[in-house]
Design a protein around this ligand. Structure first.
Ligand code: ARG
Length: 571
């Protein structure tokens, strides 16, 4: 009809009592063409050649088109989904090589509650993008090159000056074994930081140490490698338990050799300039409505820093991975930093217009006072402690609800772990990433309401129905047209998955998936309450319902996996 294809977009109806779907495109199209919207909507309906799938095609209000499917058409589509051996999604077009930078942890520091957000959101986003067919690499981008490295080296020298790492005449080889273990950092790190504040001489030593480390002093590099290795091992333990898996354990240090040539080139090209001894890139643009200070590539003492490392890392990701998209799941408070970095990278010609650079930032996790969550003592809660607390609370809830009680202790502990971590992760992912949220572990571990435990329980219940049916010799069969509003609504809900996934990817926001998983589980629960599968006397209807349960379990398991949640076999 000469209208825009986007005018034909159909969405789930806002008023399900009137129709299943609606199309609002006639309004805009009519306005543009100076036509009457109701008449245009009428013409659209008339132009449809095959309307056999629809039970309703009608005009509502000023020109909305209401659309409902016949139960036959709906069942046919659902049967198609059931027959497929995988969950159907609408693949990304085009699929691209993408790097997701998330987790944001640092060497020599145990991860704390603040790392939960970028780690879990990033992991979920990675899984969503992979499901859509993108070629995704996740990088932890470890903080391993900054001032604290110099502080720790200086601190250790103070404590153990006789170690070979500090002897400039020592020719190696250095010991295989690290002189410190991860737990030592808990005390050493704050001690060094405090000393820097109080003792100017030590502060000078620490900053010289980091310069020497960057310059390649062998003893410092060897020591730093120990720090890095033991940190990575410790971080991996925590992240493994959370289900967060990085493809790359690169860090700020990875691109060190790129810095000098890059800065040289930027100066030559006039992209960077000297300013009071430092090297900076002007990043403001004519349309800015706030201030963008110049990005610093090197300080006046020649030292490079966080901002320059991120610019060089972009170069690395383009050259080594041919990345067409880089997403940074990092605290929103770093948004100015990333905007400066992205602008500098574009200005320097490191990335072309075809490369997406984005900072889908995360907000903070707050305590009841509305400020970032603290322990009673006023510190930031370590992530491991929070995980343990969630698991302990989950064990209590399981007991209260008389779940998993007849299984042996080992299995009960396993289930509590899955439930506790699901509580934590779903408590996280159900919120939009950019906002702050209130950390309420008691609510998160509840089996009622929109929680991780509820979702795991729903999936386990589906598994148990399927098991019971099998025990009774019942098998799933062809999906038949709906027999009541409950099985019909469940079928309609199942249809939404591809659209939800695309929306989550588009907004870099896993909460769309989190909410949909809950809606699907809730719709299933209503279906299960009203459609008594195991006692149903019509075998065709019974087999069809069982087919729905199987499909529902497949979709829910898929969604939960995207949310980094793992379902136990039973509860
Ligand atoms: N380690 C940094 C921090 O603690 C976050 C790193 C985020 N990624 C990046 N490419 N800058 O703030």
């Amino acid at each position: 009809m000469g209208l825009d294809a986007s005018d034909g977009e159909v969405a789930v109806s806002q008023r399900p009592e009137l129709a299943q779907f609606q199309c609002n495109g006639a309004l805009g199209a009519a306005k543009r063409a100076g036509q009457n919207p109701r008449e245009l909507a009428e013409a659209v309906i008339e132009a449809l050649e095959d309307t056999s799938q629809f039970s309703d095609l009608s005009i509502a209000g000023p020109g909305f088109i209401n659309i409902s499917l016949t139960d036959e058409a709906l069942a046919e589509r659902i049967e198609g989904l059931r027959q497929a051996d995988h969950v159907e999604v609408t693949p990304a077009d085009p699929a691209v090589k993408m790097i997701i930078d998330y987790g944001g942890t640092n060497v020599a520091k145990a991860p704390h509650i603040g790392h939960l957000r970028p780690a879990v959101i990033g992991e979920s986003l990675k899984r969503i993008m992979l499901a859509l067919g993108h070629d995704v690499t996740g990088d932890v981008h470890l903080g391993d090159w900054g001032a604290p490295m110099g502080q720790l080296i200086a601190e250790l020298e103070l404590r153990q000056p006789d170690l070979p790492y500090f002897d400039e005449n020592y020719a190696g080889p250095y010991p295989e074994e690290s002189p410190v273990v991860m737990a030592d950092f808990d005390e050493m790190y704050p001690a060094a930081a405090a000393r820097v504040k109080d003792d100017p001489e030590f502060a000078e030593k620490a900053s010289q140490a980091v310069v020497a480390l960057h310059a390649g002093r062998p003893g410092y590099r060897a020591l730093w490698q120990h720090f890095r290795d033991i940190s990575v091992d410790a971080l991996k333990e925590v992240f493994d338990d959370l289900g967060v898996e990085f493809d790359l354990w690169y860090g700020e240090s990875t691109i060190h050799d790129r810095l000098a040539p890059l800065i040289g080139r930027m100066l030559e090209d006039g992209v960077a300039r000297e300013s009071e001894g430092a090297i900076v890139v002007d990043v403001e643009e004519p349309d800015d409505n706030k201030e963008y200070p110049p990005l610093i590539m090197a300080k006046s003492d020649g030292a490079t820093l966080y901002s320059s490392w991120d610019v060089a890392t972009i170069e690395d990701r383009v050259e080594r991975f041919d990345a067409k998209a880089m997403l940074y799941v990092v605290d929103v408070r770093q948004s100015l930093h990333f905007e400066q970095v992205f602008r500098a990278a574009r200005k320097a010609g490191i990335v072309g217009e075809d490369v997406v650079l984005e900072h889908p930032g995360n907000g903070t996790i707050n305590g009841p006072d509305g400020k970032p969550l603290k322990t009673r003592a006023g510190g930031t809660p370590p992530l491991r402690g929070v995980m343990d607390e969630a698991i302990a609370k989950a064990a209590e809830r399981l007991e209260e609800n008389d779940l998993a009680s007849e299984y042996d202790e080992g299995e009960r502990a396993q289930i509590a772990e899955l439930v506790g971590l699901a509580a934590l992760k779903y408590g996280e992912l159900q919120n939009h990433r950019a906002g702050d949220y209130l950390f309420d572990l008691d609510r998160f571990v509840s089996f009622e309401g929109r929680t991780g435990p509820y979702l795991l329980y729903s999936a386990v219940r589906m598994k148990s129905i399927i098991r019971k049916a099998a025990d009774e010799g019942l098998e799933a069969g062809t999906i038949r047209p709906a027999t009541n509003e409950y099985d019909r609504n469940l079928m309609l809900e199942l249809l939404r998955l591809p659209e939800v996934l695309l929306r989550a990817a588009e907004h870099r926001a896993p909460n769309h998936v989190a909410l949909y998983a809950y809606e699907l589980a809730a719709q299933f629960s209503r279906f299960f309450e009203h459609c008594h599968i195991l006692s149903e006397t019509d075998p065709v209807r019974q087999a069809s319902w069982l087919g729905l349960v199987e499909l529902c379990l497949r979709e829910l398991t898929f969604l939960l996996d995207l949310l980094v949640l793992e379902v136990p076999e039973r509860m």
